[in-house]
Design a protein around this ligand. Structure first.
Ligand code: DQA
Length: 146
Protein backbone atom coordinates (compact mmCIF):
# COMPACT_ATOMS: atom_id res chain seq x y z
CA UNK A 1 0.00 0.00 0.00
CA UNK A 2 0.97 3.61 -0.46
CA UNK A 3 0.14 6.85 1.32
CA UNK A 4 0.28 10.34 -0.11
CA UNK A 5 1.33 12.96 2.47
CA UNK A 6 0.26 16.46 1.41
CA UNK A 7 1.67 19.60 3.01
CA UNK A 8 0.08 22.97 2.28
CA UNK A 9 1.45 26.53 2.14
CA UNK A 10 4.21 27.74 4.47
CA UNK A 11 4.87 24.27 5.84
CA UNK A 12 8.19 24.34 3.93
CA UNK A 13 9.25 26.79 6.66
CA UNK A 14 8.54 24.33 9.48
CA UNK A 15 11.16 24.55 12.21
CA UNK A 16 11.75 28.26 11.78
CA UNK A 17 8.16 29.47 11.35
CA UNK A 18 6.56 30.53 14.66
CA UNK A 19 8.26 27.62 16.51
CA UNK A 20 6.25 28.44 19.66
CA UNK A 21 3.14 27.40 17.71
CA UNK A 22 4.43 24.85 15.19
CA UNK A 23 7.48 23.38 16.97
CA UNK A 24 11.11 23.15 15.96
CA UNK A 25 10.99 20.03 13.81
CA UNK A 26 11.44 20.57 10.08
CA UNK A 27 9.25 19.32 7.24
CA UNK A 28 11.93 16.72 6.48
CA UNK A 29 11.61 15.50 10.09
CA UNK A 30 7.84 15.14 9.55
CA UNK A 31 8.36 13.25 6.29
CA UNK A 32 10.92 10.98 7.95
CA UNK A 33 8.48 10.21 10.78
CA UNK A 34 5.79 9.36 8.21
CA UNK A 35 8.19 7.13 6.24
CA UNK A 36 9.32 5.30 9.38
CA UNK A 37 5.79 4.78 10.74
CA UNK A 38 4.50 3.66 7.34
CA UNK A 39 7.34 1.20 6.76
CA UNK A 40 6.65 -0.40 10.16
CA UNK A 41 3.17 -1.10 8.77
CA UNK A 42 4.37 -2.28 5.37
CA UNK A 43 3.36 0.92 3.57
CA UNK A 44 5.27 3.35 1.37
CA UNK A 45 4.83 7.10 1.41
CA UNK A 46 5.04 9.77 -1.22
CA UNK A 47 5.27 13.37 0.01
CA UNK A 48 4.43 16.70 -1.57
CA UNK A 49 4.55 20.29 -0.33
CA UNK A 50 3.35 23.31 -2.24
CA UNK A 51 2.53 26.93 -1.59
CA UNK A 52 0.19 26.90 -4.61
CA UNK A 53 -3.42 25.80 -4.41
CA UNK A 54 -3.56 24.42 -7.97
CA UNK A 55 -0.42 22.34 -7.48
CA UNK A 56 -2.02 20.78 -4.40
CA UNK A 57 -5.15 20.02 -6.44
CA UNK A 58 -2.97 18.37 -9.14
CA UNK A 59 -1.12 16.27 -6.54
CA UNK A 60 -4.39 15.12 -4.96
CA UNK A 61 -5.89 14.23 -8.35
CA UNK A 62 -2.75 12.21 -9.18
CA UNK A 63 -3.32 10.07 -6.09
CA UNK A 64 -6.24 8.40 -7.84
CA UNK A 65 -5.06 4.87 -8.64
CA UNK A 66 -1.62 5.61 -7.15
CA UNK A 67 -2.34 5.78 -3.42
CA UNK A 68 -4.49 4.01 -0.85
CA UNK A 69 -4.88 6.91 1.54
CA UNK A 70 -4.04 10.58 2.01
CA UNK A 71 -2.65 12.43 5.02
CA UNK A 72 -3.16 16.15 4.48
CA UNK A 73 -2.29 19.29 6.37
CA UNK A 74 -3.86 21.85 4.05
CA UNK A 75 -2.48 24.66 6.30
CA UNK A 76 -4.22 27.98 5.54
CA UNK A 77 -6.12 26.38 2.63
CA UNK A 78 -7.97 24.32 5.25
CA UNK A 79 -10.05 27.38 5.95
CA UNK A 80 -10.44 28.74 2.40
CA UNK A 81 -10.19 26.12 -0.33
CA UNK A 82 -13.26 24.56 -1.91
CA UNK A 83 -10.97 23.40 -4.74
CA UNK A 84 -8.82 21.24 -2.45
CA UNK A 85 -11.90 19.81 -0.73
CA UNK A 86 -13.44 19.01 -4.14
CA UNK A 87 -10.24 17.26 -5.27
CA UNK A 88 -10.20 15.17 -2.09
CA UNK A 89 -13.85 14.22 -2.60
CA UNK A 90 -13.14 13.32 -6.25
CA UNK A 91 -10.36 10.81 -5.48
CA UNK A 92 -12.51 9.06 -2.90
CA UNK A 93 -9.59 7.76 -0.79
CA UNK A 94 -9.56 7.64 3.01
CA UNK A 95 -8.24 10.95 4.34
CA UNK A 96 -6.74 12.06 7.63
CA UNK A 97 -6.58 15.81 8.22
CA UNK A 98 -3.68 16.88 10.44
CA UNK A 99 -2.90 20.20 12.11
CA UNK A 100 0.19 20.67 14.22
CA UNK A 101 -1.52 23.28 16.37
CA UNK A 102 -4.89 23.03 18.10
CA UNK A 103 -6.82 25.11 15.58
CA UNK A 104 -9.80 25.23 17.98
CA UNK A 105 -7.77 27.12 20.60
CA UNK A 106 -6.69 29.88 18.19
CA UNK A 107 -8.34 32.58 16.09
CA UNK A 108 -12.01 31.87 15.25
CA UNK A 109 -11.29 31.73 11.48
CA UNK A 110 -9.22 28.59 12.07
CA UNK A 111 -12.21 26.67 13.49
CA UNK A 112 -13.83 26.00 10.13
CA UNK A 113 -12.33 23.41 7.79
CA UNK A 114 -13.57 22.56 4.28
CA UNK A 115 -11.75 19.22 4.61
CA UNK A 116 -13.03 17.84 7.93
CA UNK A 117 -16.38 16.62 6.59
CA UNK A 118 -14.47 14.41 4.12
CA UNK A 119 -11.97 13.05 6.62
CA UNK A 120 -11.95 9.65 8.27
CA UNK A 121 -10.11 11.29 11.19
CA UNK A 122 -9.03 14.81 12.18
CA UNK A 123 -6.00 15.34 14.41
CA UNK A 124 -5.13 18.79 15.78
CA UNK A 125 -2.75 19.96 18.47
CA UNK A 126 -0.57 16.85 18.78
CA UNK A 127 2.33 18.49 16.95
CA UNK A 128 4.43 16.29 14.69
CA UNK A 129 3.18 13.19 16.55
CA UNK A 130 -0.16 13.84 14.87
CA UNK A 131 1.37 12.61 11.62
CA UNK A 132 2.36 9.33 13.28
CA UNK A 133 -1.24 8.91 14.52
CA UNK A 134 -2.53 9.70 11.04
CA UNK A 135 -0.28 7.14 9.33
CA UNK A 136 -1.17 4.50 11.92
CA UNK A 137 -4.89 5.13 11.44
CA UNK A 138 -4.66 4.80 7.65
CA UNK A 139 -2.45 1.71 7.98
CA UNK A 140 -5.12 0.11 10.14
CA UNK A 141 -7.83 0.93 7.58
CA UNK A 142 -5.78 -0.23 4.60
CA UNK A 143 -4.27 -3.35 6.17
CA UNK A 144 -7.60 -4.56 7.58
CA UNK A 145 -9.02 -4.63 4.05
CA UNK A 146 -6.88 -7.46 2.80
C1 DQA B 1 -2.04 24.59 10.51
C2 DQA B 1 -3.12 25.50 11.11
C3 DQA B 1 -3.60 26.49 10.06
O1 DQA B 1 -4.61 27.32 10.62
C4 DQA B 1 -2.45 27.37 9.61
O2 DQA B 1 -2.88 28.25 8.58
C5 DQA B 1 -1.26 26.60 9.18
C6 DQA B 1 -0.89 25.38 9.91
C7 DQA B 1 -1.43 23.65 11.59
O3 DQA B 1 -0.76 22.70 11.20
O4 DQA B 1 -1.58 23.88 12.79
O5 DQA B 1 -0.54 27.00 8.27
O6 DQA B 1 -2.63 23.78 9.51
Amino acid sequence: GRLLIVHGPNLNLLGTREPEIYGSDTLEDVNELCRKTASERGLEVQTVQSNHEGELVDAIQAARGNADGIVINPAAYTHTSVAIADALAAVGLPIVEVHLSNVHAREPFRKHSYVSALASAVIAGAGITGYRFAVEHLAELINSRR
